[in-house]
Write a protein that binds this ligand. Sequence first.
Ligand SMILES: C[S@@+](CC[C@H](N)C(=O)[O-])C[C@H]1O[C@@H](n2cnc3c(N)ncnc32)[C@H](O)[C@@H]1O
Length: 254
Amino acid sequence: MSLRRRIPMLRWSFLRMAVGARNIFTTGQIGDGREAAARDFVLANARRGDIDDVLATIDRFAYEKSFLINVGDEKGALLDAAVRRADPRLVLELGTYCGYGALRLARAAPQARVFSVELAEANAEIARAIWEHAGVADRVTCVVGTIGDGGRTLDTLAGHGFGPGALDLLFLDHDKNAYLADLQSILDRGWLHRGSIVVADNVRLPGAPKYREFMRREQGRLFDTVEHKTHAEYQSLLPDLVLESVYLESEHLG
Ligand SMILES: C[S@@+](CC[C@H](N)C(=O)[O-])C[C@H]1O[C@@H](n2cnc3c(N)ncnc32)[C@H](O)[C@@H]1O
């Protein structure tokens, strides 16, 4: 592995991302057009209808052109394994970005319908174009909104077949401070069933300490959690944690 691949600080696009970090919170994008460039790169270079090639082309873009905040290839393999364990029919991702994570979910669960919730309409458009190119647009849907909007987005999902015990796998990869509250909202709706799996990215970097604390407290009660030690996306210097939690109950939290 080249030094530039291993050490993110040697890459201008990583440093540029640090400069644009505030933009991510307001617009969902880094601010230099790299997300649209990633879509254009995929449409120009990846074989149409070939999920593997689309994912590999996005990874290539993130390593060789501009760093992206996808779950990435290393943590993506952990996600794939969790999805296979859940053998889901219905999957929900929070935080779509360019659609890479949802594409991995769709590949690992070929029978599943995948929904992904994203705040930024511009990201939803990019993701949809990539899903269309990969040939999965018929079963991967982006809902523009946020779980914290007082029930509107949850109601939209309910209109798509979400209901008590229907959700087999939940992937948290959006605002790290919202992980716990949004999980709670989904638990309150009773959408998880015994054996549903919740995967959370970035629990160490940038970090979701309250979520981690909750899973530790609920170990063996509400959830059975494994903490996967790994690295932040697209480099091997900065450590990160992915939490995989199996739901042990099927009742609403009071
Ligand atoms: C780390 S990226 C998601 C990466 C994606 N899961 C993947 O692996 O390809 C985070 C995304 O979450 C979105 N986001 C941030 N806060 C959100 C919220 N409260 N609800 C929904 N989306 C949110 C951002 O706009 C951004 O696109």
